[in-house]
Design a protein around this ligand. Structure first.
Ligand code: ATP
Length: 290
């Protein structure tokens, strides 16, 4: 397993600002994601987590700030497609599979963005194109197995899969892009406890295999167990950054979650998390590394 303290930042955001009309959704937010770590983003509803995700994956263009990926300074206008080629893939809060395609086809579509033989090879069915197609199919099966989906799921139309299986398929499709950083937006949302436990195992396996992961999740207990570092947003500002242990004890975080008197979101906006907010922040397993 990678020792986070020895690793280099793979992704660095500095002084990011993003407004939607009068809503200042991100206020001078900086984020440094070390290679080989699981980095969590938490915060009450509307804190700016998804906006930050959208900025880091090229879906939104920040108004100002700096963006560095794998040692390369990038324009804030870099598109999601270019970022995907550079090694940054994501899943979405709301599942976005090709619902009428089979599970295998969903994964193969992701890989086709990386084929060498191109459209003419595919149309003319050249030997090189046929060989490439075979390898893509093999890799598709491998990824299905990797995320814990059985072979008989391969030919099923995506919309007929259970919710948990669709979530896993989305991760497999993102992995087909061969990313260096995988951004997972609320992967456990809507999952039952068994599916959540399986997802936790999958994320740990990805981490053990060297993947850098940025994770948004409302289940704070899960975040405390999985992440090596956690950044906390509240009203568009980063209010804390540290290990799960440090986050759990951070006064501003506790107030943001429990709605302390001197906090702007006093008494409202607490996250819908498993158990009480305090209970989750004090999760017994907090800080356990995979
Ligand atoms: N496309 C948009 N247009 C206008 N306002 C937006 C847009 N996206 C986000 N916002 C606003 O920006 C703020 C931050 O929203 P964001 O979705 O990033 O928060 P979040 O922390 O992900 O919340 P949640 O946990 O509820 O998903 C909110 O006030 C939200 O209404």
């Amino acid at each position: 397993m990678t020792n986070p303290s020895l690793s280099q930042p793979l992704l660095q955001l500095e002084g990011i600002n993003k407004s939607f009309g009068g809503v200042h959704a991100l206020k001078n937010v900086s984020l440094s994601v070390q290679q080989g770590t699981i980095h969590g983003l938490i915060g009450p509803n509307g804190a700016g987590k998804t906006t930050l995700f959208n900025v880091m994956t090229g879906m939104y263009q920040a108004d100002s700030g700096c963006f560095n990926f794998d040692g390369e300074s990038l324009s804030l206008k870099t598109s999601p497609q270019v970022l995907a080629v550079k090694g940054l893939a994501r899943t979405f809060q709301n599942i976005r599979l090709f619902s009428e395609m089979t599970a295998l086809e969903n994964i193969m579509v992701g890989q086709h963005s990386q084929t060498k033989t191109g459209i003419f090879g595919a149309v003319l069915r050249t030997p090189a194109a046929r060989r490439e197609e075979r390898l893509i199919r093999q890799e598709g099966y491998r990824l299905l197995e990797y995320v814990g989906l059985s072979k008989d799921v391969a030919d099923r139309v995506a919309r007929t899969l259970s919710y948990g299986d669709q979530r896993r398929l989305e991760i497999a499709r993102a992995l087909a892009l061969k990313p260096r950083l995988l951004a997972l937006d609320e992967p456990a949302a809507g999952m039952n406890p068994t599916e959540t436990a399986q997802l936790q195992d999958l994320i740990r396996r990805l981490h053990a295999d060297g993947m850098t992961i940025v994770l948004i999740e409302h289940d704070v207990g899960l975040m405390m167990r999985l992440c090596q570092r956690i950044s906390v947003l509240d009203f568009g500002e980063k209010i804390a950054d540290g290990t799960p242990e440090e986050i759990r004890r951070d006064e501003r975080v506790i107030k943001a979650y429990l709605g302390g008197d001197d906090m702007p979101n006093s008494g409202k906006g607490a996250m819908p998390i498993a158990g009480t907010a305090q209970g989750s922040l004090q999760d017994d397993h907090a800080g356990t590394t995979p």
